[in-house]
Design a binder for this molecule. Structure first.
Ligand code: XMP
Ligand code: MG
Length: 210
């Protein structure tokens, strides 16, 4: 790939066209979600399962916000990637995990995602957990880009309904960059113009699912 044309911009902050959710917006919403989840999972010893990599920051903030913390809450991770061409997820979602069936069987699983877009990824993960014998499977996603659904699906816990724009920060990446930003925003078009996508979603890295 050619060098990025972002010359003159020194930091990731300089690449952002706008901020959609500030650090304060996110932490306020995460506290609300955490309280709701604590109430709903009281006495259920939930298995909180992060979908890597994008959810790592939301996951770590959310589990600390699940207060009062239900006894028996444990955590694990699963990695999901979908290999697509161009701007669409192919729907060929690959899961990677060392989570054993016996760790899932009979458990109330709460999946933690960064964003639900077409819903191809999350529905594949849900199906896998159901096949492993989970007692229940629910999803907490920070962002819900529901305009782009290719399957009818509604997550149980949503941080924000997200406009149909490609977003980065707070775990979300573009080609592995921008994950560390503490807020969520939209990139300046020139930051992905060098990929020749003509303003299409910057999803061209081939691996869009984590
Ligand atoms: P699907 O379409 O399967 O997508 O619901 C879920 C995965 O696609 C990635 N995705 C994004 N990543 N900014 C990102 O950084 C976005 O705007 C975006 N939309 C989708 C993400 O990895 C998610 O888990
Ligand atoms: Mg993801």
């Amino acid at each position: 790939k050619e060098a990025c044309s972002c010359s003159g911009r020194q930091t990731y902050h300089d690449d952002m066209a706008k901020t959609l959710y500030t650090e304060a917006d996110i932490s306020k919403r995460v506290v609300e979600l955490g309280r709701q989840i604590a109430q709903d999972y009281e006495g259920k010893a939930p298995l909180v399962l992060g979908v890597l990599k994008g959810s790592f920051m939301f996951f770590s903030d959310l589990v600390r916000a699940v207060e009062p913390c239900p006894r028996g809450l444990t955590m694990d991770f699963i990695r999901a990637s979908s290999y697509g061409s161009g701007t669409e997820s192919s729907g060929d979602v690959k899961l990677k995990t060392d989570l054993k069936r016996e760790k899932v069987e009979g458990r109330h699983v709460l999946l933690v995602e960064d964003i639900v877009d077409t819903a191809l990824t999350i529905t594949t993960v849900i199906r896998h957990l159901q096949e492993c014998g989970a007692a229940s499977v629910a999803v907490a996603t920070l962002l819900d880009k529901h305009e782009r659904r290719r399957l009818p699906y509604r997550p149980e816990y949503v941080g924000f309904v997200c406009p149909n724009e490609f977003v980065v920060g707070y775990g979300l990446d573009f080609d592995e960059e921008y994950r560390s930003l503490p807020y969520i925003g939209v990139l300046k078009p020139e930051c992905y113009a060098h990929l020749g996508l003509d303003g299409a979603e910057p999803d061209g890295s081939g691996d869009s699912g984590d």
